[in-house]
Design a protein around this ligand. Structure first.
Ligand code: HEM
Length: 428
């Protein structure tokens, strides 16, 4: 497969779309196109040296000039179903753990190598007689607003693979599923092929330049002027340290899953015609952050000038006052209303954009101590209180709800590393 045939893609463009295409031929075409047939990816080490928390990624990510963690650029979500009948065996647990450790030995655990997590859904745990302990809040997914009708992800498992290099997430996925013998030139000691069946895959990217380069999809108008530096389609930098929960805060503190966290993943379709067509930069700042930020010129361009926080405390805390004064309310302003008693955000966002299905989208992946933390944060984003003002409707003048359409929702538990292979609801 020569990806240049008739498609006129340059190397960088091709490398990104290869992740969305997936599979062995996308990987080999991707490697062929790199100088020298591939780039040097640092090898991994002893898996026992890695942190107990699977979601402990921040210390392995790069940071920007302001100290914000910078998420890896390329992502795959591999959804899998347990292939066996009944409950998993110890032999299967060993196979899964060996396969996962093979990846940790193959690639450095970092954005330059590979970061990953393995999550288990409520449906996975349903096959056991025992219930999950009370210290784990993992309900089945539900719609989280009156104006959405999502489908639910009830696959047993989701593996989240992340790397700055497209070929790494593709190769790791292929090796894990048993379609390839080696990862980063190291032979796999086992794979997941006999234990799980592939149920779905989703892909995406986040980081400077990637949205502008991947803007030829439904949902992004042809004349959209996406900033070349924007890390996300909607044009702003996101994930400032002060607007994120810490890894400590999202970690389950007691019980058999001490060290775990919960993960919510929604698939959101973006329709940015009006975002880029009818709105100017000030309108976009008002709806993404808050109207006061637009009035006071707080956000320049993509928001790089914000440093390590979006200064959301300078947005009026009373939505009805903002609604009355400006006729609209901002996304960040609303979501910050769900903060905890110490004024800290309750969810740690690790979301990324997507071109899956040829549509602009966002896989909104977040980790939090309880799914309730996510649900209450999402309810704050609905801005229902603000709709008492006639200018604000459920989706209009109400943050970014006019442009985002939730298609799917799923909830998962990310057990601590020691219980990540086919856990029972009460691991010893
Ligand atoms: C296209 C989708 C979205 C985009 C582009 C987006 C973008 C942003 C931006 C630019 C901020 C400002 C500060 C920062 O990111 O650090 C923010 C804050 C935030 N967003 Fe979103 N967001 C999106 C969807 C969501 C969804 C679905 C949720 C779910 C509840 C959410 C929850 C939050 C939270 C909790 C904050 C921080 C609030 C605080 O400061 O306490 N966002 N978002």
């Amino acid at each position: 497969m020569d990806p240049r045939d008739g498609r006129g893609l340059d190397r960088r463009e091709f490398v990104k779309s290869a992740v969305a295409i997936g599979g062995a031929s996308a990987l080999s075409a991707c490697l062929d196109r790199l100088p020298g047939g591939g780039r040097e990816i640092p090898a991994g080490g002893d898996p026992s040296a890695l942190p107990a928390r699977q979601h402990g990624w921040n210390e392995f990510l790069s940071t920007d000039d302001h100290g914000n963690d910078v998420m890896a650029r390329h992502h795959v979500l591999a959804y899998l179903d347990y292939a066996g009948d009944g409950t998993p065996t110890d032999g299967e647990r060993e196979t899964v753990e060996t396969a996962l450790q093979s990846l940790e030995r193959a690639y450095e655990y970092s954005n330059d190598g590979l970061l990953f997590t393995v999550g288990y859904s409520p449906s996975y745990f349903d096959r056991f007689d025992e219930e999950l302990p009370e210290s784990v809040d993992l309900p089945a997914p539900e719609p989280l607003s009156s104006f959405e009708d999502p489908e639910f992800d009830e696959q047993d498992v989701v593996v989240h693979l992340a790397s700055d290099h497209a070929e790494v997430v593709l190769e790791a996925e292929e090796a894990l599923l048993g379609n390839r013998d080696a990862a980063n030139d190291r032979e796999m000691d086992a794979d997941l092929g006999g234990v799980f069946e592939k149920a779905d895959r989703r892909t995406g990217f986040v980081g400077k330049g990637l949205p502008a380069e991947n803007s030829d999809v439904d949902g992004i108008p042809d004349d959209a002027d996406i900033d070349e530096d924007a890390p996300l389609y909607m044009g702003f930098k996101s994930g400032f340290t002060k607007n994120q929960a810490t890894e400590d805060a999202v970690t389950i503190q007691s019980g058999p899953f001490e060290g775990a966290t919960t993960q919510h993943v929604s698939k959101i379709r973006l329709r940015l015609d009006d975002w880029y067509g009818e709105q100017d930069q000030d309108d976009r700042v008002a709806e993404m952050f808050c109207p006061a930020h637009a009035e006071n010129d707080v956000v320049e361009g993509t928001g790089e000038n914000l440093g390590d926080g979006s200064a959301v405390s300078e947005c009026p805390a009373h939505l009805d006052e903002t609604a009355q004064e400006y006729g609209r309310v901002g996304h960040n302003q609303k979501t910050a209303m769900a903060r905890d008693e110490n004024d800290n955000p309750r969810i740690l966002r690790r979301d990324f954009d997507s071109t899956d299905g040829g549509e602009a989208g966002l896989h909104f992946l977040a980790v939090q101590r309880t799914i309730t933390d996510f649900v209450e944060t999402r309810e704050a984003m609905n801005g229902t209180d603000a709709t008492e003002n006639p200018a604000i409707r459920q989706r209009v003048n109400n943050g970014i709800l006019e442009y985002t359409f939730v298609r799917r929702r799923g909830n998962f538990l990310l057990p601590p590393r020691e219980h990540r292979a086919l856990p029972t609801p009460r691991p010893a």
